[in-house]
Design a protein around this ligand. Structure first.
Ligand SMILES: [Zn+2]
Length: 313
C-alpha cells in the first residue's frame, strides 16, 4: 500500500492507494495555512496516522508516502522551495515526515502528480508521453515521459501556466506579464468577463448572478456561452485562443502522444474541448504531420491523491 497526500491551499487530503493505483480509503481536513508550516505538517502527520489506523493496516505495510504541493518543490531533497498559497519558503517536508514516520517520502508539484495519475490510470494511460494541463484558479502542468515525471534539472520545469503566450491587460502573480495562467485559468476568464461587463456590454451573465458580480465564476460563464451569450462566448474564445497557443508551443517542443485537460474549467467538457482542438488545428505548425490527441482528463479530484501515491511506486 502507498499513501498519497494532496496538500492544497484549502484542504489536506490523505488517501491509501494500492499497487494498481486504486484509491481504497481517504479523509481530509482544512489546511488553515495561516497557522504556519509547523502546524500544517503536524496535521499531515496526524491525518496519515489516522488513515492507517482507520483502514486497519500496520505502518510496516506502507511502502512510501507521496505528497503533491501547490508550488515549487525540489524532488531530490523533498524540500518545498516556494508555495505562495501556503506562504511556505524552503520547508524541509520530506526530512520532517521521514523523521516522524520512518517511511520514505517523495514530494512534487500538485499538477505534476495529477498528471502522473492521469498517466497511470486516466486519460493518458498506455501513452509513451503525456502532458497534463490543469485549468483551475491557476494553470498548472505535468509532463510524463516513459512513465517518469519530468520536472526539470532544478525542479522548475513543466510550469506551463507561466509560459508567456501574449500581452495581457493585467500582470501575473509571478510579477510578469503574459503568462498562460492570466489567459486560461478561471481567474482569467472571470477577470476578462468582468472587464467586458464594466465596459457596458449586455450579457445574460448579470441576470444569472442576479446582479451580484462577485458570484460570477467559470461555470456560470460557460453555461452562458453554451446558451449563446455574446459576452460569455467572447471570453471563452479568448481563453481558447491563448490556450491553443500554449498547447501549440508544447507540441512544438515535446510532441507528446496525449495532452489531457483537467481542473475545474475542464468541467465544461466537450464544448471546451472541441473549441480547443479546432483552434490548435488552425494555428499549429507543420500541418502535413499528425499531432497527438487532445482529450479531457478523467480522474477529477482524486488525481491529486492517486498521483502523489504513485511518486513512491
Ligand atoms: Zn506567471
Amino acid at each position: 500500500m502507498y499513501i498519497g497526500v494532496d496538500l492544497g491551499g484549502t484542504n489536506i487530503a490523505v488517501g491509501l492507494v494500492d499497487e494498481n493505483s486504486v484509491l481504497k480509503y481517504h479523509k481530509s481536513t482544512p489546511t488553515r495555512a495561516e497557522r504556519g508550516s509547523e502546524e500544517v505538517i503536524k496535521d499531515i502527520i496526524g491525518l496519515i496516522n489516522e488513515t492507517i489506523r482507520d483502514y486497519g493496516i500496520s505502518k510496516e505495510n506502507i511502502k512510501a508516502i507521496g505528497i503533491g504541493v501547490p508550488g515549487i518543490a525540489d524532488p531530490t531533497s523533498g524540500e518545498v522551495i516556494y508555495c505562495v498559497n501556503l506562504g511556505w519558503n524552503n520547508i524541509p517536508l520530506k526530512e520532517t515526515l521521514e523523521t516522524e514516520l520512518s517511511i520514505p517520502v517523495f514530494v512534487d508539484n500538485d499538477a505534476t502528480v495529477a498528471g502522473l495519475a492521469e498517466y497511470k490510470i486516466g486519460a493518458m494511460k498506455d501513452c509513451e508521453s503525456g502532458v497534463f494541463i490543469t485549468l483551475g484558479t491557476g494553470v498548472g502542468g505535468g509532463i510524463v515521459i516513459n512513465g517518469r515525471v519530468r520536472s526539470g534539472f532544478n525542479g522548475v520545469g513543466a510550469e506551463i501556466g507561466h509560459m508567456i503566450v501574449g500581452e495581457n491587460f493585467y500582470d501575473c502573480n509571478c510579477g510578469r506579464n503574459g503568462c498562460l495562467e492570466t489567459f486560461a485559468s478561471s481567474t482569467a476568464l472571470i477577470k476578462y468577463t468582468e472587464k467586458l461587463i464594466n465596459e457596458g456590454k449586455e450579457t445574460s451573465i448579470v441576470r444569472k448572478v442576479k446582479g451580484n458580480l462577485e458570484e460570477v465564476n467559470g461555470k456560470v460563464i460557460f453555461e452562458a456561452a453554451i446558451e449563446g451569450d455574446y459576452v460569455a462566448n467572447k471570453a471563452v474564445d479568448r481563453l481558447v485562443k491563448y490556450l491553443a497557443i500554449g498547447i501549440t508551443n508544447i507540441i512544438n517542443i515535446l510532441d507528446p502522444e496525449t495532452i489531457a485537460l483537467g481542473g475545474g474549467l475542464s468541467g465544461a467538457g466537450e464544448f471546451l474541448l472541441k473549441k480547443v482542438q479546432k483552434e490548435v488545428e488552425a494555428v499549429r505548425y507543420m500541418k502535413m504531420m499528425p499531432i497527438g490527441k487532445i482529450v479531457l482528463a478523467t480522474l477529477g479530484n482524486e488525481a491529486g491523491i492517486i498521483g502523489a501515491a504513485a511518486l513512491g511506486m
